[in-house]
Design a protein around this ligand. Structure first.
Ligand code: TYM
Length: 425
């Protein structure tokens, strides 16, 4: 009998089992579906490839909502009429390795499907959530540094829009209004655990994370540019949009209908599900399509896979700014599935299921066969813990070196380009 207990919320991820979170339980609790081989084959058919990135092949993205239906639609229509939506809630100037997973994957999917990506930077979110006196302006500073790390993942500037809630939420405020109207406070208390002591910003915030899941939140970005489309002009300027809607309501409706054919694929770790499962219930009530989601597992903390790597938990993370020496020290000290002594390890073998370095190799090596061999050799006792950690240190440092080089090239002009409103189609 499995007695493991798993807690996954938007703020907390924990299990009482060193092998990590029980993802089967999570899928059952949340009511989403597992990504299986059949679905992976469909993705391959759509993108016409024999193999996919290990984040998909190795089931690091393990759960979904309607991703199979989206792939069927792409196959049927012979085009990929969707955009990708992901985001970051800045809580410091630094991202950790776990944050890389959704962005790395969004960039990969942008390349293979050739679709637009919108990236929300919720500089309001952690300001509401934290009980410290950090001034709001500080969150913009965090956002600025985080945006550089996100761009350094290699997104296509022609097809990617990055926006900051505190300055750019006018685009989707009409959808946030509709969402807020349909959610009862009691529902949010149950879903997010809000209490009467919480500030009201925390309570209103989720609607701002939900609204970008509708293409109608981004009329300019997700509509092909046309010189003679008056609606495009009217949407661009909120005041003329207001008049356009009143003077020509039919054209306005037609315009929205066209946009609603464009589906949204959300990419996140599974802690973000409370937002999107709530939104999927509301979508039909406001005549919007349900967003599609794929969810990843969590990269474990350095202390063990029973907790996620988290910027707010001391010593749990490898940061993108860590030097190669720091990475070496952190991984050498990480929780190991190896035996106490060399003799015992050779005799009994190690346990890759609880071993932190094995998981980092799995997430970042990009080599499915190598991961299988590492696990097998560690389990048989042939590969020692120190040897396995050495491999892991090399892989992580290579990734961080490349990332640093990309980041150094990012200028303020490039950031402005990513943040400017233009058609991504
Ligand atoms: P944030 O900033 O906490 O995290 C950014 C993204 O990283 C994922 N993540 C992880 N993935 C794997 N292993 C980990 N240890 C790990 N820790 C965090 C998160 O699931 C997230 O996808 N509210 C969001 C920001 C946001 C967002 C979105 C995320 C706004 N709109 C749309 C996804 C989709 C947040 O605070 O993420």
């Amino acid at each position: 009998m499995d007695n493991s207990k798993t807690i996954v919320t938007h703020e907390k991820v924990e299990s009482n089992n060193k092998s990590g979170i029980n993802y089967t339980t999570v899928v059952e609790q949340f009511g989403c579906q597992l990504i299986d081989n059949e679905l992976i084959s469909k993705v391959k058919q759509v993108v016409k490839k024999d193999t996919l990135h290990p984040v998909l092949e190795n089931n690091i993205f393990f759960a979904h909502r309607d991703f199979d239906a989206l792939m069927d639609k792409c196959l049927h229509e012979k085009k990929n009429n969707f955009y990708i939506y992901t985001g970051r809630g800045p809580s410091s100037t630094n991202l950790h390795l776990g944050h890389m997973i959704p962005f790395m994957t969004a960039k990969y999917l942008q390349d293979i499907f050739d679709v637009p990506v919108v990236i929300q930077i919720t500089d309001d979110e952690k300001y509401y959530q934290t009980n410290s006196n950090i001034p709001f302006e500080q969150y913009r500073q965090y956002a600025f540094e985080n945006i550089k790390d996100i761009i350094a993942c290699g997104f296509n500037p022609k097809k990617t829009y990055i926006f900051l809630n505190s300055i750019q939420n006018t685009h989707f405020s009409h959808n946030s209004v509709k969402i807020q109207k349909r959610i009862k406070l009691q529902h949010f208390k149950n879903t997010f655990g809000f209490t009467d002591d919480d500030n009201i910003g925390k309570v209103s915030f989720p609607s701002y994370q939900m609204a970008p899941s509708f293409a109608s939140s981004f009329p300019i970005l997700l509509h092909p540019p046309t010189d003679d489309n008056p609606q495009l002009d009217s949407f661009y300027n909120p005041i003329s949009s207001f008049f356009g809607q009143i003077i020509n309501p039919d054209a306005h409706k037609e315009y929205l209908k066209q946009l609603s054919n464009m589906k949204c694929l959300i990419i996140a770790a599974v802690d973000q599900d409370p937002y999107f499962r709530t939104l999927r219930d509301i979508a039909p009530k406001i005549n919007e399509p349900k967003p599609i989601v794929i969810y990843s597992r969590f990269i474990g903390s350095l202390q063990g896979k029973d907790k996620k790597m988290s910027a707010s938990v001391n010593n749990s993370s490898i940061f993108l700014t860590d030097t190669s020496k720091q990475v070496k020290k952190k991984i050498n000290g990480a929780f190991s599935g190896g035996q106490e002594t060399l003799e015992l390890h050779r005799q009994l073998g190690g346990n890759p299921d609880v071993d932190v370095a094995t998981q980092y190799i799995e997430f970042f090596s990009g080599d499915t066969e190598m991961v299988a061999k590492v696990k097998e050799d560690f389990r048989s006792g042939q590969l020692l813990s120190g040897e396995l950690k050495k491999k892991c240190i090399e892989i992580v440092n290579n990734i961080l070196d490349e990332h640093r080089q990309n980041r150094e090239k990012i200028t303020n002009e490039l950031i402005s380009e990513f943040m400017s409103i233009r058609s991504l189609i």
